[in-house]
Design a protein around this ligand. Structure first.
Ligand SMILES: CC(C)(COP(=O)(O)OP(=O)(O)OC[C@H]1O[C@@H](n2cnc3c(N)ncnc32)[C@H](O)[C@@H]1OP(=O)(O)O)[C@@H](O)C(=O)NCCC(=O)NCCS
Length: 173
């Protein structure tokens, strides 16, 4: 039985199970995604999937119509009051799924799970993701200089966050 977090118009977010492991690894290592994330290995994801889900969660984004997986989130640091969206990856891009899935995840985080703060970090040159996060109401909070070393190149991260009161204000508009 798959544990469903939340459903929207086109998408459902559900907890990943072991049959999703290859999909998660394939998405992470696809070149168009890999350059924007820091991947984790199979053992790490197996541990998350087999855990009680209170600290970390792998989440599959799937189409309601077809039941097909279209992306994946990894959630971490779920020690209230905060939750970190660690991985945001959409396999079927440019269909509005990224925006819809993030809206659902924000709704789940603030309205169902009562988190006070959601945060995310993003490479500074990932313009598409940054624009998407900011358009959803995330605020830039910090700039971590040369915190990653990727293939011999230092990279910067931008930290973005959203507080519950900011989220609920946006819902009133
Ligand atoms: C970033 C990502 C999650 C967006 O998912 P998506 O489903 O393709 O995005 P959507 O279709 O919902 O589009 C969201 C917005 O981004 C824009 N966008 C998406 N891809 C784009 C592209 N290649 N070029 C320009 N704009 C783009 C869309 O036009 C849309 O803008 P709008 O809502 O103002 O019209 C997806 O591109 C992805 O998985 N990227 C690789 C991994 C990654 O970067 N993850 C984030 C790490 S912090």
């Amino acid at each position: 039985m798959n544990e469903i977090l939340i459903e929207g118009k086109r998408l459902r977010l559900r907890r990943a199970n072991m049959t999703d492991l290859n999909y998660i690894m394939t998405l992470q290592y696809a070149p168009e995604n890999l350059k924007f994330i820091v991947p984790f290995d199979k053992a790490y994801h197996s541990e998350i999937i087999n855990s009680d889900g209170s600290e970390k969660l792998d989440v599959i984004i799937e189409e309601l119509d077809t039941g097909q997986a279209v992306g994946y989130f990894m959630l971490r640091t779920m020690d209230k009051p905060c939750i970190e969206f660690t991985h945001v990856i959409i396999g079927r891009k440019r269909l509005g799924y990224g925006r819809e899935a993030l809206k659902l995840l924000l709704k789940w985080s603030f309205e169902i799970k009562d988190f006070h703060r959601v945060w995310i970090d993003c490479k500074d040159y990932n313009k598409i993701a940054l624009r998407l996060y900011e358009s959803l109401g995330f605020v830039r909070e910090g700039f971590l200089r040369e915190i990653l070393l990727t293939d011999g190149v230092y990279e910067n991260l931008i930290v973005l966050g959203m507080l519950d009161n900011e989220y609920f204000l946006l819902q009133e508009r």
